[in-house]
Design a protein around this ligand. Structure first.
Ligand code: NAP
Length: 242
């Protein structure tokens, strides 16, 4: 293993993922910038390096087995992996009314937001198991909280109808609980982070928080002490009701 802590952030070429990479890099960590587009990835790596981050590019499409397998090999060459932040995500376009949505839109959200996370975790697990303080952070959303979705009679209180995106995050939450159960007797802490409503491409920059603010919870969960929580669902203010 490398002496430096090594992290991989998926979807790190822009938005919240870029700021997670910048924040972990500012701690002196070596950071893999996972991104599917070559030009956007290299631009992000160059920007991070210009700010003093020990960044390297990791070609990565989380929907593609071969791409994820190749990314794991690259990480191994770079010295291993201590912290995986599954940040890559898509909405499939909003709003998504249940009576009008296409199955393709629902499939796209699940492919990236759920299956992409499972594929990436399972490919990276052999590396994470070799780390002394392995952490996995899955970027969820508070719209994935069924408790919040049902807490009010106002149908738009937690944002626009999103029958593909919101349930994909609920699914991710449920999947993360299963991982936490299986990994309970290992050193791996796996948690869900919610960034708040952040101004990024994902929502046409309508969010009210900055990407840097949105990155905070992932950085907190990526840097948990060894006796930190696992299987939790958190925003900056604390645990979110499921
Ligand atoms: N913004 C919010 O208010 C908000 C709220 C709650 C949760 N979140 C979550 O936070 C995470 C980051 O979102 P964001 O707001 O920063 O969105 P963003 O600016 O749209 O960034 C999304 C990132 O995911 C990447 N990505 C999408 N599909 C991918 C794939 N198949 N393989 C690899 N990378 C892929 C994108 O790459 P390309 O540039 O190549 O498309 C991009 O780097 C997401 O999981 C999102 O659901 C965001």
């Amino acid at each position: 293993m490398s002496e430096k802590t090594i992290a991989l952030v998926t979807g790190a070429n822009k938005g919240i993922g870029y700021e997670i990479a910048a924040g972990l890099g500012a701690r002196g960590w070596k950071v893999g910038v996972g991104a599917r587009d070559d030009a956007r990835r290299e631009e992000a790596v160059e920007k991070l390096r210009a700010d003093g981050v020990d960044a390297f590019g990791v070609p990565l499409d989380v929907t593609d087995d071969a791409s994820v397998t190749a990314a794991a090999r690259l990480l191994e060459e770079q010295g291993g992996l201590d912290v995986l932040v599954n940040n890559a995500g898509v909405t499939g376009g909003l709003p998504q009314n249940p009576t009008e949505v296409s199955v393709e839109t629902m499939r796209e959200a699940v492919e990236v937001n759920v299956f992409g996370v499972v594929r990436t975790i399972n490919a990276m697990l052999p590396l994470l198991r070799r780390s002394s303080s392995p952490r996995i952070v899955n970027m969820s959303s508070s719209v994935g909280s069924l408790a919040r979705q049902t807490a009010t009679d106002d149908p738009l209180a937690v944002g626009p109808l999103s029958v593909a995106y919101s349930p994909s995050k609920t699914y991710l939450n449920a999947v993360t609980i299963q991982y936490a159960k299986e990994l309970r007797d290992t050193d791996i802490l796996i948690n869900l982070g919610c960034p708040g409503f952040v101004a990024t491409d994902l929502n046409g920059f309508r969010g009210v928080r900055t990407p840097e603010e949105g990155a905070r919870i992932a950085i907190t969960l990526a840097t948990l002490p060894d006796d930190g929580p696992t299987g939790g669902y958190f925003e900056d203010a604390g645990p979110i009701p499921w």
